[in-house]
Write a protein that binds this ligand. Structure first.
Ligand SMILES: *[C@@H]1O[C@H](CO)[C@@H](O)[C@H](O)[C@H]1NC(C)=O
Ligand SMILES: *[C@@H]1O[C@H](CO)[C@@H](O)[C@H](O)[C@H]1NC(C)=O
Length: 361
C-alpha cells in the first residue's frame, strides 16, 4: 500500500521536475514557409529563448535527415550536410536562420529544427513544419474561352476558365459583376496533368441562363480568378454586352424590334412623299408629274426600307457595333507576397507556440 503511494509521489515529483525543466529552454518562433516559389530562396527560422542556459547546438533536419548544424563551440560554428534539393547558403545562415538557395521540387518536405542546451541538462526542444515548392502558372493570367461578345436575356452563358500549368494546381473561381457565383452555376473538370514535372492545368466552367439582373448599364462582367495560397493571385475579366436591355422576355423583344421596323416604314414613306412635291411642275405636265411622283415615292420608299433593314440588322448582328471585349490584366500580388507569407507564418508560429505550451504542461 505504502509502496504504491510512494510510487505515485515519485511520479508526481518527476512530472513537476520535467515541467520545471521544460520551462527553461523554449522555442519562441519557428517559421517554415508553407509555399516557396521554385527558383527562389527559402528562409527557415528557428527562434529560441535559452532562459539563462548556454546554447549547445541548433540542428535542422529535412524528412529526418540532418542538413545543417550550428554549434557555437565548433570552428566554424555552422556546417552543412549534402541532401538532394537542399542547398544551404552558409553566408545567410546563423543559429536562428537557415537560407536555402534556388529551391526545386526536391526541396519540398518536412523541416524540423532542434535546439539543445549545454551540459549538464542537454535539454532539447524541437518543432517542425511542411514546405511546398510551387511552380507558378506559366502563361500569365487565366484564359477565358467560349464566350460571346453579346448575350440576350434567355441565352446561356457557357464559358471556361483555364489557368497556366502550375504545381500545385491553382484554385479557380468565377465572379459575375464582382460577385461570387453560386455552386450550381459552376462546371468542375479534372485538372490536366502534363510533362515530366507533372504540372497541372486547372479548368473551371461557368454556365447560367442570362437574366435582366445580370446586366449593369447594359454590361455583364465575367471574371475568373486564379490563386495559389498567398504566393499567386491573378484574374482575367471579360465584359459582354446585352442586346439593348428590354423589359420583355427575349422572344417578345425580338418581335418588338421587327414591329417597330414595320411601323417606321409608313412614317418614312409619308415623309418622302412630301419631298418630290417641292419642285413646281407646270400644270400641263400634271398627269405625267403625278405618275413620276408615284414612281419616285415607291422607289424611295423601297430604298429607305432597305436602309432601315440594314441598320437594324447591324444593330443586332453579332460582331456589330459596341463590342467591348476588354481583357483586364489584373494586379498580381506577388509584390505583397512576402508580407502575406509573414502573416501566415506568424499565424502558424502562434499555433506552434500553443503546441509548445501544451507540451510544456
Ligand atoms: C544573402 O547575403 C547576401 C550578402 O552576403 C545578400 O546580398 C543577400 O540579399 C542575402 N540573401 C538572402 C536571401 O538573405
Ligand atoms: C470547357 O472545358 C471542358 C473540359 O476541357 C470541355 O469539355 C468543354 O467543352 C469546355 N466548354 C466550353 C464552353 O468551352
Amino acid at each position: 500500500m505504502f509502496g504504491h503511494l510512494s510510487l505515485l509521489a515519485a511520479l508526481f515529483f518527476i512530472g513537476t521536475l520535467k515541467d520545471f525543466r521544460v520551462a527553461g529552454l523554449r522555442l519562441t518562433e519557428v517559421r517554415i514557409p508553407m509555399y516557396v516559389i521554385k527558383g527562389t530562396a527559402a528562409q527557415l527560422e528557428c527562434l529560441y529563448d535559452l532562459d539563462g542556459e548556454a546554447l549547445y547546438s541548433v540542428k535542422w533536419y529535412k524528412d529526418g535527415n540532418e542538413f545543417y548544424r550550428y554549434v557555437p563551440r565548433d570552428m566554424p560554428p555552422a556546417q552543412t550536410f549534402l541532401l538532394p534539393g537542399v542547398n544551404v547558403d552558409l553566408h545567410n545562415s546563423s543559429d536562428a536562420i537557415v537560407t536555402l538557395r534556388n529551391v526545386n521540387l526536391q526541396s519540398a518536405g518536412r523541416f524540423r529544427c532542434e535546439v539543445s542546451g549545454e551540459a549538464p541538462s542537454f535539454q532539447t526542444v524541437t518543432e517542425h513544419g511542411d514546405m511546398i515548392v510551387a511552380y507558378l502558372p506559366d502563361e500569365g493570367s487565366p484564359k477565358i474561352s467560349g464566350g460571346r461578345p453579346r448575350y440576350q436575356i434567355g441565352d446561356y452563358v457557357r464559358v471556361n476558365c483555364t489557368a497556366g500549368r502550375s504545381k500545385p494546381a491553382v484554385k479557380l473561381s468565377w465572379q459575375v459583376n464582382g460577385e461570387p457565383v453560386e455552386q450550381q452555376k459552376l462546371r468542375k473538370y479534372d485538372t490536366i496533368v502534363s510533362g515530366r514535372d507533372g504540372l497541372e492545368t486547372s479548368v473551371l466552367g461557368l454556365q447560367f441562363r442570362v437574366e435582366q439582373k445580370h446586366f449593369r448599364k447594359g454590361n455583364m462582367k465575367l471574371k475568373c480568378i486564379a490563386e495559389l495560397s498567398t504566393v499567386y493571385w491573378r484574374c482575367n475579366e471579360e465584359s459582354v454586352e446585352g442586346d439593348r436591355p428590354q423589359k420583355a422576355p427575349v422572344l417578345e423583344s425580338r418581335e418588338t424590334v421587327y414591329a417597330s421596323n414595320s411601323r417606321a416604314d409608313p412614317v418614312q414613306a409619308s415623309s418622302t412623299a412630301s419631298a418630290p412635291s417641292t419642285p413646281i411642275t407646270p400644270l400641263v405636265l400634271l398627269p405625267v408629274a403625278l405618275a413620276v411622283m408615284v414612281m419616285a415615292t415607291l422607289a424611295q420608299g423601297i430604298t429607305r426600307d432597305i436602309d432601315t433593314d440594314k441598320i437594324s440588322m447591324d444593330r443586332t448582328a453579332p460582331g456589330g457595333i459596341g463590342i467591348t471585349k476588354e481583357t483586364q490584366q489584373a494586379r498580381e500580388l506577388l509584390a505583397g507576397r512576402k508580407e502575406e507569407n509573414r502573416r501566415t507564418s506568424h499565424g502558424k508560429s502562434a499555433t506552434q507556440l500553443e503546441k509548445i505550451a501544451l507540451t510544456a504542461r
